[in-house]
Design a protein around this ligand. Structure first.
Ligand code: B12
Length: 229
């Protein structure tokens, strides 16, 4: 017989899979492709395998669709739409898993620009990226532009994340980015923090991102774009 802790964690998994299954079924029944894709991304994030997603989330939702269609509660068109969404979600799932698998091969460097000592947000960003599988190199706070540039030239990161809290940190970031680009042009930049003014817009090679919850997705997109160039 399993321990109480094992039983609890089994129950927690069952509850989570049940919740994901219900959300997925609701999404395909309402024709919400984006919602369906988000559920599958969640399922991948909580560690479900391809087979578990197929057997425990997508298939049961389509069985439900079939039952509702048989008893006349939804139309043939509803059934076709739910199936079509699921077929597209399978392709997206494959791509999402490929991205997740490739993350350890990419290096993300993190720093705050000169004069900036607030580093808590930067550490949050580092945790998110590390948990997602990226290799993370944390340089910490108040990093001189030339030092960051020389580290970038040496380690060739795919992405550099900068955080700025104090007024003026946006200008320091632009100086830093310019300095890095002279030594290593292969990095994309992601900048965030309350020190950025609305003048700091996303530019080619520089993404503005203010939410910790969005940073993995933004890094994924920057890495993907770079691999297509
Ligand atoms: C802790 C703290 C310090 C610590 C920092 C210690 C450390 N190791 O980080 C110390 C004591 C060093 C410090 C010093 C100073 N501080 Co201070 N500090 C704070 C405090 C209390 C908390 C900051 C913090 O960690 N917040 C929590 C983080 C998680 O939130 P966040 O930085 O806003 O980040 C969020 C988003 O912006 C985003 N984000 C941020 N960066 C990035 C980057 C990316 C890539 C992404 C995706 C997202 C993202 O994610 C976070 C989560 O949502 C704030 C109060 C406040 N209102 O924030 C003052 C505050 C920031 N400090 C302030 C000041 C004035 C100073 C000093 C000038 C004080 C002094 N006279 O010496 C110095 C300046 C130091 C410097 N040159 O940088 C002011 C700034 C006001 C302003 N805008 O002008 C604040 C707002 C306090 C206040 N109300 O007056 N400070």
């Amino acid at each position: 017989m399993g321990s109480r802790r094992e039983n609890d964690s089994h129950q927690a998994r069952e509850d989570k899979v049940g919740e994901l299954g219900r959300s997925y079924a609701a999404a395909v029944l309402s024709g919400d492709e984006v919602g369906a894709e988000l559920v599958i991304r969640d399922a991948i994030d909580v560690g479900l395998t391809v087979a578990e997603v197929d057997d425990e989330i997508i298939a049961p939702a389509l069985w439900l669709v079939g039952e509702l269609w048989e008893c006349g509660e939804i139309s043939v068109a509803d059934e076709h739409l739910a199936t079509e969404i699921s077929v597209r979600v399978l392709a997206l799932e494959r791509e999402a898993r490929r991205v997740a698998r490739d993350r350890p091969a990419h290096l993300i460097m993190l720093a705050t620009p000169p004069g900036e000592l607030h580093v808590v947000a930067l550490r949050m960003v580092a945790n998110m990226l590390r948990d997602a599988g990226y290799e993370v190199m944390m340089l910490g706070g108040d990093v001189p532009a030339e030092s960051l540039a020389s580290m970038a030239g040496r380690h060739r990161p795919d992405v550099i994340c900068l955080s700025g809290t104090m007024p003026g940190s946006g200008d320091q970031m632009l100086i830093t980015i310019h300095e890095v680009q002279r030594l290593w042009a292969g990095a994309g930049f992601i900048v965030g923090g309350r020190g950025l003014t609305s003048r700091m817009q996303s530019l080619p090679g520089i993404e503005v991102c203010h939410r910790i919850a969005d940073v993995v997705e933004v890094v994924d997109a920057v890495v993907k774009r770079a691999s297509m160039n």
